[in-house]
Design a protein around this ligand. Structure first.
Ligand SMILES: C[S@@+](CC[C@H](N)C(=O)[O-])C[C@H]1O[C@@H](n2cnc3c(N)ncnc32)[C@H](O)[C@@H]1O
Length: 381
């Protein structure tokens, strides 16, 4: 879905929740306090009008906030986690809640007034483009919001940017444990209901690493199953997503900044290292060579192995050997940081960009059809 369209859809859903009389929770479940208790909040935490039952866990369990710290809450809703954070950081600390939905911001500001909390501020903004300077926060927290973002890698890059060196990320969110069936994945209610946007944990881990985070932990909370079942009764979503506590740290020094990602391409036998050779060049190979150059310009280390010229490289990689044993048509094999991400065809630039967590806008300028090399068994060219 187009990014603006996704923002609009999510904004409308949460605007309606914020404007609803009384309190209502994410998917119509009527007891936010009960929901919050089941997510690990204590009775003292249950702040009326701020807890709308919209979270999917308790990020305070991993945030370890200290007096004086500056905290940013991504997608702060009616301010629930902000007010709890405000208690912990005290008067010398500060909490900034960011949300894109005006009705939520209005509710959060009203709550701050009625609670008399002075160390919290709510700002309008998108988590993919935070209205905050670099290196300003000790902790970035968030509760059930990343999954709603149309560009989670970008939201994580923004979280990294605004954290001070040594700062912490403390997130509660849903992650996918199985691919969603196409009908559920396309259901707007399940997107707004924090189901269909859940990321694969390995993608999430990679996006965080590529943003620069270290000490990454994604702890799945299997006890969330019953809660998630209630979000969309009868649809089996509890078999597809699970709540997770996600923590990481921005390195205190240069260590861990822009870690080099390695993309390895195990090509079928070709006449030269790129296959862009001989009188009848496959246009798909020309485009793929250009895409690899594009990745190289973005800091990705690209290594290509040609079965005809470097069979030892294939033999030295057990995962590649296993693929070849399954059939020579599994070539090309593409591996990202040692993990195989594609077999049997050359991915498009957009597909590579998505796997690498790179922005896709530029990637879409020169789309191309994915296609395998000239038939792998032919020895190409
Ligand atoms: C599921 S609610 C969670 C609210 C709050 N964290 C809580 O636990 O009560 C999601 C909130 O994130 C906001 N939101 C969703 N996507 C956003 C985005 N891309 N940028 C900023 N806010 C977003 C919504 O407006 C909504 O208030």
């Amino acid at each position: 879905m187009d990014k603006d369209k996704q923002h609009d859809l999510v904004r409308q859903a949460y605007g309606a929740i914020a404007s609803a009389e009384g309190r209502s929770s994410c998917c119509g479940t009527p007891a936010p306090d009960d929901m919050a208790r089941r997510m690990g909040y204590g009775d003292d935490d249950l702040i009326a009008d701020a807890n709308l039952g919209l979270g999917c866990g308790n990020p305070h369990a991993i945030s370890a906030l200290r007096p004086g710290e500056v905290v940013v809450d991504l997608g702060s809703g009616a301010g629930f986690d902000c007010f709890l954070a405000a208690r912990q950081v005290g008067e010398s600390g500060r909490v900034l809640g960011i949300d894109m939905t005006e009705e939520m911001l209005a509710k959060a500001r009203r709550n701050a007034g009625s609670l008399g909390v002075g160390n919290v501020e709510f700002r309008h903004g998108h988590i993919e483009n935070l209205p905050l300077p670099d290196d300003c926060a000790d902790v970035v927290m968030s509760n059930c919001v990343l999954n709603l973002s149309p560009d989670q890698p970008q939201a994580l890059r923004e979280a990294f940017r605004v954290l001070k060196p040594g700062g912490r990320l403390a997130v509660s969110d849903v992650v996918a444990i199985r691919p969603l069936p196409a009908t559920l994945a396309a259901d707007p209610a399940l997107l707004c209901g924090c189901v269909s946007g859940a990321a694969d944990p390995s993608d999430l881990e990679r996006w965080m690493r590529q943003a620069g985070f270290v000490d990454i932990r994604i702890e799945q909370k299997s006890e969330s199953r019953d809660l998630i079942k209630e979000w969309a009764p009868g649809q089996g979503v509890e078999d597809l997503v699970v709540s997770a506590l996600i923590s990481a740290r921005k390195p205190a020094s240069e260590e861990g900044k822009n870690p080099m990602t390695k993309l390895e391409v195990y090509d079928p036998a070709m006449c030269c290292s790129t296959g862009v050779c001989g009188p009848e060049v496959d246009p798909a190979l020309v485009a793929f060579a250009a895409d690899l150059k594009w990745l190289g310009e973005r800091g990705v280390e690209v290594v290509r192995y040609n079965l005809g010229q470097d069979p030892q490289a294939f033999a030295a990689n057990p995962a590649v050997v296993k693929e070849m044993e399954a059939g020579i048509d599994r070539l090309p094999v593409i591996a990202l940081d040692g993990h195989i991400i594609s077999t049997g065809l050359y991915p498009t630039r957009a597909q590579l960009a998505a796997k690498l967590g790179l922005g896709t806008a530029e990637a879409q300028i020169t789309p191309k059809q994915s296609s395998s090399c000239c038939p792998p068994k032919s020895g190409c060219c």
